[in-house]
Ligand binder design. Structure first.
Ligand SMILES: NC(=O)c1ccc[n+]([C@@H]2O[C@H](COP(=O)([O-])OP(=O)(O)OC[C@H]3O[C@@H](n4cnc5c(N)ncnc54)[C@H](O)[C@@H]3O)[C@@H](O)[C@H]2O)c1
Length: 311
């Protein structure tokens, strides 16, 4: 596998470290000449300032796109037309129609395209997913997510729903193994041009519900979720990866080995690109997250629930 990376900003510096460590990285591209040069030198790889130049010169199999959301569609489209496997960071696109277009293009080009909904690869989420699937504590009834932090000043192109709540939207769909049919949200802005706080309610079959609370106001990083099951409540922390079960028998801390979710996510993408049957985020799932984010924004603007019919 020969892999290139497009965009090495705040988040992309993690991908480049892991890809280099895995021995698959051959080139980097960033429109910022300083960064392109810095990372090219640091990892002894070719470096470019434009994707067109990289596509003309480099021979490679797949690409990681870690640029701002507003640039994803144009960059991913060029890579898919060139028949490269693509991992694009979340959210896949700003508009769901653009995501659908990319999904069709990936199918036509017969390449893997996936999107970085990283929490599925968080060992804590994997433990809860297994418990829910095996009905270890009965049926999953309700999910509650809290994701809070100071304002990330570099995010200029989208608000908190598309940047942050999407992680919990995807995790909720993943844990319920279902898509919501109704979305109700309240969101607003205090310090940003786009919304910087949001509370979203997702309604699933059989009155199952997820409540997603995100804000860029709380002055500390907090990322937690609870899964309320018929026989126990499971609490977890995305950062510490701790999982705690509380029921009539008391409180139990589930033994768990902390691992870097991004490493697991990248390894799975590389395996899928090599033709292995690895777990990756499916295109329809990524498009659905964008559709739910669109519905949440619309619901908060209109003050009404938005009904969806997702595949
Ligand atoms: N999965 C996660 O937990 C997580 C966390 C943070 C960010 N992200 C996602 O990662 C992506 C990047 O976020 P970030 O925080 O690193 O942003 P950033 O602004 O810090 O970095 C983006 C980089 O892309 C470069 N760039 C911009 N346009 C480009 C283009 N056309 N071609 C090449 N390079 C270009 C910029 O120069 C910059 O170096 C976003 O989609 C964001 O939502 C995901």
């Amino acid at each position: 596998m020969k892999i290139v990376q497009i965009g090495v900003g705040g988040w992309g510096k993690n991908h480049i470290r892991i890809l280099s460590h895995l021995g698959v990285l051959t080139a980097v591209c960033d429109i910022d000449p300083e960064k392109s040069k810095e990372y090219g030198k640091k990892y002894s790889i070719n470096h470019y300032e434009t994707l067109d130049e990289l596509l003309n010169v480099e021979d490679f199999d797949g690409a990681f796109v870690v640029t701002p959301t507003s640039t994803h569609t144009e960059i991913v489209e060029k890579l898919l037309v060139a028949r490269k496997h693509v991992f694009v960071e979340k959210p896949m696109t700003y508009k769901s129609e653009e995501g659908e277009k990319l999904a069709r293009l990936a199918e036509e080009s017969k390449v893997i395209l996936t999107c970085g909904y990283i929490e599925r690869f968080n060992p804590a989420v994997a433990i809860v997913k297994k418990m829910v699937k095996e009905k270890k504590f009965g049926d999953l009834v309700m999910l509650e997510f809290h994701r809070e932090n100071r304002i990330p000043l570099h995010v200029k192109d989208i608000g908190i729903i598309y940047d942050t709540s999407v992680h919990d939207i995807d995790t909720s769909n993943w844990l319920f193994n279902d898509m919501p049919h109704v979305v109700f949200a309240r969101a607003g802005k205090i310090k940003q041009d786009y919304e910087d706080f949001a509370s979203i309610m997702l309604g699933y079959r059989n009155d199952r519900v997820a409540i997603i609370s995100s804000n860029w106001i709380t002055p500390k990083k907090l990322r937690k979720f609870n899964a309320v099951c018929t026989d126990a409540m499971i609490s977890s922390d995305f950062i510490t990866q701790e999982v705690i079960v509380e029921n009539d028998d008391g409180i139990q801390i589930i033994p768990n080995e902390k691992q870097e979710p991004l490493l697991l996510e990248i390894q799975n993408f590389l395996g899928a690109a090599e033709g292995k049957n690895e777990q990756i985020v499916k295109l329809q799932e990524a498009v659905n997250v964008t559709k739910i984010a669109e519905a949440a924004l619309l619901s908060s603007q209109k003050g009404i629930p938005i009904y969806l019919n997702l595949k």
